[in-house]
Design a protein around this ligand. Structure first.
Ligand SMILES: [Zn+2]
Length: 226
C-alpha cells in the first residue's frame, strides 16, 4: 500500500483496502476517531460496503485510521509519530512521581486486558529511567516493549513491536482511560482481575477487594484508602 500525499490518493490492493476499512471501523467503534473526523470516517466505512472506494477515498481511509491509532502516517515527515493522543497523561506521571518517593520501581500492571491468541495478556506501564516517558510493555510477548508515551502525551509505537492492529486499539483506549483518571482505572482493573494492579498480589481483605487495590500500595501511590 502506497500513499501519495500530493495527490491524496492511495495505491493499494482490494484486500489491503478491506483491511484498512475494517481497522477504521474498529477505531470508530472504540471511539478513537477525533470528533471532527467521525462522520467522514463512518461515511467511508458505510460507502465501502456498497461501492468500490476511489483512490482518493481509500487515501482517507488509511490516513484517518493511522491518526486514530496515533501511528505515524507513512510517507509523512518524521516527527508525526509524536502526535499528542493521550491527553492528561500528566496525571499518570504525577502518580508515579508520588510513588517514586517510596518505591524504586513504580509501575502498574493491568491483568488480562489485551486480546491475545488463546488468552488475554497483561499490560505493564512504568516510567522510563529518565522519568520523562512511560514504557508500555506486554511482558508475555517478545519483544515486550510495544510503545512509549512522552510527557506531552504523544504515543509512540516502538519500531518492530509485535502488537496487532486490534491490540494497538485496545492499548490506546486503555492509556486514554488510565490518563483521564488513574485511580479509578487502576481500581476498576484491579477489581476485574481481583489483583492489585500495583503489586500484582491477589485481593483478599474485604477493604482491598472493595477498593480494587491494597493499603500499602494506596499509601505508596497516594490513593484514597478507607
Ligand atoms: Zn498492591
Amino acid at each position: 500500500m502506497q500513499l501519495n500525499h500530493k495527490t491524496k490518493t492511495a495505491d493499494c490492493t482490494p484486500a489491503e483496502l478491506a483491511e484498512g476499512v475494517e481497522a477504521l471501523r474498529q477505531c470508530s467503534l472504540n471511539n478513537l476517531i477525533k470528533a471532527k473526523s467521525m462522520s467522514f470516517a463512518n461515511d467511508l466505512v458505510v460507502k465501502s460496503v456498497k461501492y468500490n472506494l476511489s483512490p482518493k477515498q481509500a487515501y482517507w481511509v488509511f490516513v484517518l485510521m493511522y491518526e486514530a491509532m496515533g501511528v505515524a502516517v507513512p510517507g509523512k515527515e518524521k516527527g508525526d509519530n509524536g502526535k499528542r493522543v493521550i491527553e492528561d497523561i500528566g496525571n499518570v506521571f504525577a502518580m508515579f512521581v508520588e510513588a517514586g518517593k517510596s518505591l524504586k520501581k513504580p509501575g502498574v500492571l493491568f491483568p488480562d486486558v489485551l486480546p491475545g491468541g488463546h488468552s488475554s495478556l497483561d499490560v505493564k506501564v512504568y516510567p522510563g529511567y529518565k522519568g520523562d516517558s512511560l514504557n508500555v510493555i506486554v511482558p508475555s510477548q517478545y519483544p515486550s516493549k510495544v510503545a512509549w508515551v512522552d510527557s506531552n502525551g504523544s504515543l509512540n509505537w516502538k519500531y518492530g513491536n509485535k502488537a496487532t492492529t486490534e491490540q494497538k486499539q485496545v492499548l490506546t483506549a486503555l492509556l486514554k482511560e488510565f490518563a483521564a483518571d488513574p485511580t479509578t482505572t487502576v481500581a476498576k482493573y484491579g477489581k476485574l482481575a481481583n489483583r492489585c494492579c500495583f503489586c500484582n498480589k491477589g485481593l483478599t481483605d474485604p477493604k482491598s477487594v472493595d477498593a480494587g487495590y491494597g493499603p500499602t500500595c494506596a499509601g505508596n501511590y497516594g490513593l484514597p484508602w478507607g
